[in-house]
Design a protein around this ligand. Structure first.
Ligand code: DGJ
Length: 712
């Protein structure tokens, strides 16, 4: 998979080649990334005298050699490359010129665990490591490349020697000498995460930044670069996804000679990291390639995530169907009320009851108490241990909501440790949801969080923990960490807590959450097998969030619940069956008060939970195909890897007078097999090529169809 010959590095995956070359001046050129090739792609580089392009001194009077044009694996400032740089280093004297020259390389087996960061886990991986050295400071860049199936994982570490440097920007970049590309990105807002958008890469950089200290609802840190004619089923596309949960920057631009540069990495304008006899590892970047459109790209990418990033759920709970009390009660409950909900949840077939916000200190609204993680015995009329015992006695597991990274000004913790909150010394803090963010770059804060979590997990006998994060970082000032280091060190502090919990409590299942999907990324997925997808539980709007998220994330990671109607976010009334079908495209749960359901609704939910459990492993371990995604209707197919079973879900949005039929081609089924659908045997070739008429009755708005398909 990794071939090194005459300074030419050829990395070959199942379906792609990635090629680099060290040139005669020791610069690492990026030659090619696309469908498999053999040979040396440096043949496509044209050396010509280009107007106003500068040449490095060592090229002498050869004006045909310029970094203004050459495709580079590492791009910096001050070398005559006038494109947007990936790496900016300021030297001891404050200048920002830097030049990295090839030193050495090695090839070895096995992926490296990067200390303090999530990293891909591949037993039989082959890894290429290339070391470059910076001319002035002698700082080193260690690049790593791991190949597996259709994916490449890039890593980058910067190691400073005696000379002090400041790392101001650290993005992976990709140069393409020619071609017309689009970027697909996933934008949104709270309650409307990861909406797919597409833009053409042109002159003038298209940039996306999260400077929120977290991935954000607004723009996800996964992108797809594709040929301008790529569609769901045709054309080349590659995904770029950071294993990172903090601020990040992406850019894409076309340059004067028609070449394209794309950059992605952690950090925003707040980032500046001083190094001296020390190092910093960037989060890994997962890059998956497909020549067969977005559908194939998502499947290849998501299989990789399930096998090499998402940790196996060691919890005794197997795809637990959970009931979360947030939309059932908000802050208004007693221990007895919770018990009655949990009992009813058990009767409906749930495996787990999750107690959400409002159980601790004086937390009866969102104005206070974050940081004071002891149960409110007056409100519950019992302690946590008793509540947990009473609930688990009913035969249902117990889980608890926490928001460990936050502090309310109105709390004992803030009174005792105001210096633990991120806020400027001489300025009042910026508030978000009335709360401040704790300084996770401070080891004392991390130790405090670990200790109260130990206490809650033990006393509450927790099987599950929902980890929420309900505001972003604004005040980049810490009492212990230099301001420019906070973006990075904060996330390392967070990961160290997850690492601690994963190791100490392997059977505890943690669900990620940030006001829904504000921190939905591969960094979190490494530690938490599922994340609450969005605070928007409306079935129709959620379809869009699920479809958008499915491009770069496996649906097994989507926390997905059936909620009450009228929906609390949109006030829309949708049929229970539709809500359940939409929730099945993820990890299923309920977000309602079961004690308020009619007998008919209870029976329907019981049935739906049984159905979900039948399909759970197909949904979780199978491949997800987006079949139809329009303003009129959506449809998806979950197909087992051996293509013997599938589950089709379709939702028609509004009902129309004299409606138009909807058809889907069942991509993902085997054309050589025959399938049983609704008692009829239908050849796979017909389902894949002629397609299926979706049997909507068009008698209602928001009508759903669910069909189980099995090989016969
Ligand atoms: C935001 C989460 O996304 C909700 O599910 C709920 O846990 C609230 N926070 C509680 O404050």
């Amino acid at each position: 998979m990794i071939k090194v010959e005459n300074n030419l590095f050829t990395l070959t995956g199942d379906n792609f080649t990635y090629q680099m070359k060290v040139d005669s001046f020791g610069r690492l050129l990026h030659l090619y990334h696309g469908p498999k090739i053999i040979g040396d792609a440096s043949s496509i580089i044209s050396y010509r005298d280009r107007g106003f392009s500068a040449s490095p001194y060592e090229a002498g009077f050869d004006r045909t050699y310029s970094y203004d044009y050459l495709p580079l694996e590492i791009s910096t400032l001050g070398e005559g490359d006038f494109r947007t740089p990936g790496i900016i280093i300021s030297q001891e004297d404050g200048t920002t010129s830097s030049a990295f020259i090839y030193k050495e390389h090695r090839v070895y087996n096995g992926s490296n665990k990067i200390k303090g960061l999530p990293s891909v886990v591949i037993e039989d991986a082959e890894c290429l490591e290339i070391t470059l050295e910076e001319e002035l400071s002698k700082a080193k860049i260690i690049l790593t490349y791991i190949i597996k199936d259709s994916s490449l994982v890039r890593g980058l570490e910067i190691v400073a020697g005696d000379k002090k440097i400041k790392l101001k920007k650290a993005l992976y970049t990709f140069d393409y000498l020619y071609g017309s590309f689009d970027v697909t990105y996933f934008e949104g807002r709270h309650c409307s995460e990861r909406t797919r958008k597409r833009a053409t890469i042109n002159t003038g950089a298209l940039t996306f930044t999260s400077r929120r200290g977290a991935t954000s609802h607004q723009i996800n840190n996964g992108f797809i670069i594709c040929d301008s004619n790529t569609t769901e089923l045709f054309g080349s596309a590659l995904s770029l996804e950071l294993l990172w949960s903090g601020s990040f920057t992406f850019f894409a631009e076309k340059n004067q000679y028609g070449s394209t540069r794309v950059g992605l990495g952690m950090g925003s304008e707040f980032f500046e990291y001083e190094l001296q006899n020390s190092s910093i590892a960037l989060p890994e970047l997962l890059i998956t390639f497909s020549s067969n459109g977005f559908s194939d790209l998502s499947i290849k990418n998501n299989r990789f995530i399930m096998s090499h990033i998402r940790r196996k759920n060691l919890s005794k709970l197997n795809n637990p169907v959970l009931l979360n009390n947030w939309e059932a009660t908000y802050f208004d409950f007693t221990g007895e009320k919770l018990l009655s909900i949990a009992k009813e949840a058990k009767a409906l077939g749930c495996d787990l009851f999750v107690l959400d916000d409002g159980w601790f200190s004086n937390r009866n609204d969102d104005l206070s108490s974050l940081g004071d993680w002891f149960e409110n015995k007056d409100k519950l009329k019992m302690d946590l241990n008793t509540l947990s015992s009473l609930i688990t006695k009913e035969g249902i597991a117990f889980g608890l909501w926490v928001e460990p990274e936050m502090v309310s000004e109105n709390s004992i913790l803030f009174k005792n440790h105001p210096e633990w909150a991120l806020m400027l010394k001489n300025k009042k803090p910026v508030r978000g949801r009335y709360q401040l963010v704790l300084d996770l770059s401070n080891k004392d804060v991390v130790a405090y969080i670990k200790s109260f979590l130990d206490d809650l997990i033990t006393r509450g006998k927790l099987s599950y923990m929902k980890w929420d994060y309900n505001r972003f970082i604004t005040d980049f000032f810490s009492s212990v960490t230099p301001a420019g280091k906070i973006e990075y060190d904060y996330i390392l502090g967070l990961y160290s807590i997850f690492e601690y919990l994963n190791e100490k409590y392997p059977h505890l299942m943690i669900e990620g959450c940030s006001g829904g999907g504000g921190r939905f990324d591969l960094g979190l997925i490494y530690y938490t097998p599922q994340s609450w997808l969005s605070d928007n539980t409306d079935a129709i709007e959620r379809l869009d969030i699920e479809f958008g998220s499915s491009y770069l994330y496996p649906i097994a990671t989507f926390g997905s619940h059936v909620s009450a109607v009228p929906n609390h976010q949109t006030h829309r009334v949708t049929p229970l069956f539709t809500r359940s079908c939409v929730a099945m495209l993820g990890s299923y749960g309920l977000e309602l008060d079961p004690t308020k359901l009619s007998e008919e609704e209870k029976n329907e939910i019981k049935f739906e939970i049984k159905e979900y459990k039948k399909y759970a492993s197909l949904i979780k371990d199978g491949d997800f195909y987006r079949l139809l995604d329009s303003n009129e209707a959506s449809s998806a197919l979950c197909v087992s890897r051996d293509k013997s079973k599938a589950l089709l879900i379709a939702v028609n949005r509004l009902s129309h007078g004299n409606p138009v039929d909807h058809y889907v081609k069942l991509n993902g089924l085997d054309e050589n097999k025959s399938y049983l659908i609704n008692g009829k045997v239908i050849p796979g070739s017909l389902l894949v090529n002629a397609g299926l008429l979706l049997p909507f009755t068009f008698s209602n708005d928001y009508e759903a169809i669910r069909l189980y398909i099995e090989e016969i």
